[in-house]
Design a protein around this ligand. Sequence first.
Ligand code: PRE
Length: 326
Amino acid sequence: MPAASHTYAFLGPEGTFTEAALLQVPDALQAVRVPASNVNAALDLVRDGAADAAMVPIENSVEGGVTATLDAISGGPELRIVREVLVPITFVLVAGPGVRLEDVRRISTHGHAWAQCRLWMDKNIPEAEFVPGSSTAAAAVGLLDKDCHYDAAICAPLVAREHAGLSVLAENIGDNHGAVTRFILVSRPEVLPAPTGADKTTVAVPLPEDRPGALMEILDQFASRGVNLSRIESRPTGQYLGHYFFSIDADGHVGDARVADALAGLHRISPATRFLGSYPRADGQASQVAPHTSDEAFSAARSWVESILSGERPAGENGFAASPTA
Ligand SMILES: O=C(O)C(=O)C[C@]1(C(=O)O)C=C[C@@H](O)C=C1
């Protein structure tokens, strides 16, 4: 993990939910924080060595995966997820001075924010037109520009509080009041956080082509080793029509024997599988491990095979038959 004097990039500008996620990382409070205009730009700062790590959104409880992030970390020079952060999401509708709710037609925000306020919009501003913004905060700050071509923005309450020129037209406009976005802190590939017992592992697995049951085989690598999946999404690789990869979050750490064995299985099936990191779960929830998938069970199984190969008398050679002297 980067030390306190390091540099963190994030999807900016100041006031994004991504910045709120970064501010949950204790090191980041004293560090240099560099806002980037999009997810790719934030990750490139890490790849180029200009930042030690970048905070980017990956998943929202209402709208699902942030495809810009899923795609950006799965291609290009390798990166590693070193931490995840959860942020509760609350939206406000803001406008410049003198604008009334009934005047609002064109509204700018991030696509994921717009998707989380659809029902409120249908009910309150049915004629609303979405103007895509690079982030919620960028859309809000854009209202202060004299050439702004939209009437209002959807952003975090904090942004409205920090800019005197913005007034709140409506509060709590998200359709799901329990919405949460998950963010990841991404570093260069040499970083691997130690196992904690409550970890998550992320991989990108290209689907082998023209192979019936390939997805079943991929899923079976996890299922047969007792590894739970918390997210699986298919994304086009972009190479040609019909070529997909799966972005997968699994419970556990690559240092856990069952996870390492599942990853080795994935690599046999799909050699271009990309390991994207093992890192502590934000909710601290420990993985459920069945006795036959524990590290001890894997170690005992390996020793048993090795003893067979070495010609030693394998422990438990008497097998399961009842001993005649028992
Ligand atoms: O625009 C922001 O404030 C962001 O941090 C991005 C983002 C996202 O990508 O989902 C983060 C949280 C909200 O769900 C809406 C937008």
